[in-house]
Write a protein that binds this ligand. Structure first.
Ligand SMILES: [Zn+2]
Length: 334
């Protein structure tokens, strides 16, 4: 009897030690770091927010000029992503996810929102500045020189029907080159009917990666990444990256909007062509905080990628591109 009690108590002690070390291990575990290079700091206007189904561009039915314009997003799915309800709600959800999944953001957009985010999580936010309409080159240079902004973007001349090599932008790119600031340029996606619905000047042809060649030739020390990876112009994208060894791409936007099979075909082709070290992870996060998990899941579930290739996309490639120190990030295997 005594023997049995002794055995039981030994077993209990062993079990308790085991549980204690397990919960200790769980407390210590930090998610491997993720750098999301494409986040939009925006004010949430409840009058204009709507829930959204990821991969909503799986169906792009036609309509006519005299009919209602095609709806840009849809909510006809089992689990639409909820829009944030206020600026505070957006920031809280974003920072909670960033902390849990160990995400650092390159974020651009509304300056006030961006400053609030930076105060809330100084280590997790890398502010990025675009060229606002009417902003002089001097004002742009001043903003970049004060140290708050460390990236230039999102530059999106395509929405104005303009090439990224248009000379009206050249001096701004010259400033970035001079200061060693990396630049993100929107090339590619627009969604269904962009030119009909919100941006009549938008031109699909201005998303052609070859249009970057003159800009790159004029600024040989400029470091650019092509936002949205020039989707769907994969051949041109591969040719441009082959000719320009400093050009990277991000996967933002199209990985949660276009059909999944199409997305995986595009990403697999980039990797197969040898550019697995030049792909940056990004969401194009707007008002739907759960997009972070949705987009991360696309890469996590890409079964044609090795674990090392996924880590490159989530983190290592961005560290190299932005000249960061990997030791500044928690949760990396050393
Ligand atoms: Zn974009």
């Amino acid at each position: 009897m005594n023997q049995l009690i002794k055995k039981t108590s030994l077993l209990t002690t062993a079990l308790l030690t085991c549980i204690a070390s397990l919960s200790f291990a769980q407390e210590k575990k930090v998610h491997p770091p993720i750098i999301d290079v494409h986040v939009h700091a925006m004010k949430v206007n409840p009058a204009f927010t709507a829930d959204m189904c990821p991969w909503f561009l799986s169906s792009m039915p036609g309509s006519g000029p005299k009919q209602d314009p095609p709806s840009f997003i849809n909510t006809d799915c089992a689990t639409p992503l909820k829009a944030a309800t206020s600026d505070e709600d957006f920031q809280n959800q974003l920072m909670e996810t960033a902390e849990r999944l160990n995400i650092t953001f390159v974020a651009s957009g509304d300056a006030e929102v961006l400053h609030k985010w930076k105060v809330a999580a100084p280590e997790r936010v890398m502010p990025s500045i675009g060229v606002a309409p009417g902003m002089t080159v001097e004002a742009f240079k001043d903003s970049l020189s004060n140290g708050f902004y460390v990236v230039m973007g999102e530059i999106a001349p395509q929405y104005q029907g303009m090439s990224p090599s248009d000379m009206s932008l050249d001096e701004y790119f010259g400033v970035a080159e001079e200061l060693g600031i990396p630049v993100g340029i929107h090339m590619g996606t627009g969604g269904n009917g962009m030119a009909n619905i919100t941006s009549p000047k938008y031109r699909a042809s201005m998303g052609n990666p070859f249009l970057l060649e003159d800009l790159l030739a004029r600024h040989p020390n400029l470091k650019i990444w092509v936002m949205h990876a020039g989707y769907p112009m994969i051949d041109e994208m591969i040719a441009l990256m082959g000719a320009n060894a400093y050009v990277y791409v991000d996967l933002a936007g199209f990985i949660w909007s276009y059909p999944l099979a199409e997305i995986h075909m595009y990403l697999e082709r980039l990797v197969q062509a040898g550019f697995g070290k030049r792909i940056l992870y990004g969401t194009d996060l707007m008002m739907w905080p759960k997009l972070l998990e949705t987009s991360i899941g696309v890469i996590e579930n890409a079964n044609y990628l090795s674990e090392d290739q996924k880590r490159d996309i989530f983190f290592n490639n961005a560290v190299r591109f932005f000249n960061l120190d990997p030791n500044d990030f928690e949760g990396i295997e050393k």
